[in-house]
Ligand binder design. Structure first.
Ligand SMILES: O=C(O)c1cc(=O)[nH]c(=O)n1[C@@H]1O[C@H](COP(=O)(O)O)[C@@H](O)[C@H]1O
Length: 446
């Protein structure tokens, strides 16, 4: 008897999936150049699987949590950057789980502009997705389904009205959802984010960015102290931060810091030492506050790796030196061949969230955090003319990093330091970056 019901149940499920995928397949013919498909975990995974088998379109799988072994990726499967992915979902209410899937796919460089859903509950999901640049195509909506069931005598008029009243009173509140989904980081102004930032240097940076209308961080990678000071003076009016690798300055002397700090105060920009600390806490404590550079006495910002654990943040938090200080953790690198993967990036993010007063932001190449508008995304590897240097550095254009990669502050080095006129070059980068930022926030404030 049991096996009879089991076989019956399997046949019913198989029939529903057949119906579903036949319907979805019809839609697929309408949506052009789909390279891969991805089901929204977890209920849409079998639908996407059957669809992939029926259409021969490869499927990728999104994990809700990265594994702590094996590939550790959030997106499993064969794909390449720039692939167009069609997302498959069974039922949509608000669209939030679709947007979370879009976020993880986008972080891998996959493009997602369309989603096909089986049932649209007509509670605002389609509009919310549209608002976030995703076109929703639904096979069925609840109103049609109710009418169909009534025509077939499965439900009465009273039930139809009850469902319709329910739908009218439970529409998604986009504002509240947007806040909870917090696409806001990309669409809030820097003045607004200055009020949200928990790290004092991040707050100061947001204020400088808004006041000077610049999101440009100059990587002043020069080996001569006089040239470094001249560059700081020339580019100072156009930048929000000047980032140094102070240990590359051949003729470094502690007397360099005073004039550098004076220029920073006069032009209102932040001094940022890109030390990328990565060691046990005790060693970092010495590297941060001792030696010839005494970084903690002048660098308002430093960079660090999360690789060896929280010791780096514990000691920077407690070390002597400037009262107000901030740290940028490196979660994604701009260079080719990096061993950093999505799992490491997520773990770095998690560590950052445990030190909100100390961590000013994340160095990364993709919009990997959207729900902390108080944190800054710093993105290096930015140049107008080149795609790479002659070693491993990879470049994106200023527009792309702001409009497609979630960048708040762009780091530009040789694009300015190698230019004939550093001030002109800095202003050129500043303008392109600022215009791209205005485009981005306008998109959500129309
Ligand atoms: O932490 C950084 O600033 C950094 C991270 C990264 O992934 N890639 C990267 O290039 N950087 C730094 O950003 C600057 C890039 O310089 P350019 O390639 O000359 O624009 C250098 O100072 C690098 O040390």
């Amino acid at each position: 008897m049991l096996s009879f019901f089991l076989i019956l149940f399997i046949n019913i499920v198989y029939f529903i999936y057949q119906l579903l995928t036949d319907l979805l397949q019809k839609y697929l013919e309408k949506i052009k150049n789909v390279d891969i498909i991805c089901g929204v975990p977890y209920t849409a995974l079998p639908i996407a699987t059957v669809l992939s088998l029926k259409t021969n379109i490869p499927m990728v799988m999104r994990r809700k949590e990265a594994k702590d072994y094996g590939t550790k990726k959030m997106i499993e499967g064969v794909f390449k950057k720039g692939d167009n992915c069609l997302i498959i979902e069974d039922v949509v209410t608000s669209g939030s789980s679709i947007l979370e899937t879009v976020e993880d796919l986008t972080a891998e460089g996959i493009k997602c502009s369309d989603v096909v859903v089986f049932l649209n509950r007509e509670q605002g999901g389609a509009e919310y997705l549209k608002h976030n640049g995703v076109n929703m195509h639904s096979l069925l909506n609840l109103t049609d389904l109710m009418r169909y069931l009534k025509e077939e005598g499965c439900i009465d008029e009273k039930t139809v009205n009850k469902v319709s009243d329910y739908l009218h009173t439970t529409q998604v509140d986009h504002e509240a959802l947007s806040k909870s989904l917090s696409k806001d980081r990309l669409y809030l102004s820097f003045a607004e984010r200055a009020k949200i930032a928990k790290n004092p240097i991040a707050a100061k940076l947001f204020q400088i960015m808004a006041t000077k209308q610049t999101t440009l961080c100059l990587a002043a990678d020069l080996t001569d102290s006089t040239a470094l000071l001249n560059l700081a003076e020339q580019a100072g009016p156009h930048i929000c931060a000047l980032k140094t690798h102070i240990d590359i300055v051949d003729d470094f002397h502690p007397n360099l810091i005073k004039p550098l700090r004076e220029i920073a105060n006069r032009h209102n920009f932040i001094l940022f030492e890109d030390r990328k600390f990565c060691d046990i806490g005790k060693t970092i404590e010495l590297q941060y506050s001792k030696g010839i550079y005494k970084i903690s006495t002048w660098a308002q910002l430093v960079t660090a790796h999360a690789l060896l654990g929280k010791g780096v943040l514990e000691v920077i938090k407690k070390s002597e030196g400037l009262e107000k200080r901030g740290v940028f953790l490196l979660a994604e690198a701009s260079c080719s061949g990096t061993l950093i993967d999505a799992k490491y990036a997520k773990s770095t993010m998690k560590m950052a969230e445990e030190y909100p007063e100390l961590v000013a932001g994340i160095v990364c190449q993709s919009p990997m955090f959207l729900n902390q508008p108080g944190l800054i995304q710093l993105t290096p590897g930015v140049q107008i003319d080149n795609k790479s240097d002659d070693v491993d550095q990879q470049y994106n254009s200023p527009e792309i990093v702001v409009t497609e990669k979630g960048c708040d502050i762009a780091v530009v080095g040789r694009g300015i330091t190698k230019a004939a006129d550093a001030a002109l070059a800095a202003e050129k980068y500043r303008k392109i970056l600022w215009d791209a930022y205005l485009q981005r926030i306008k998109k959500n404030h129309k």
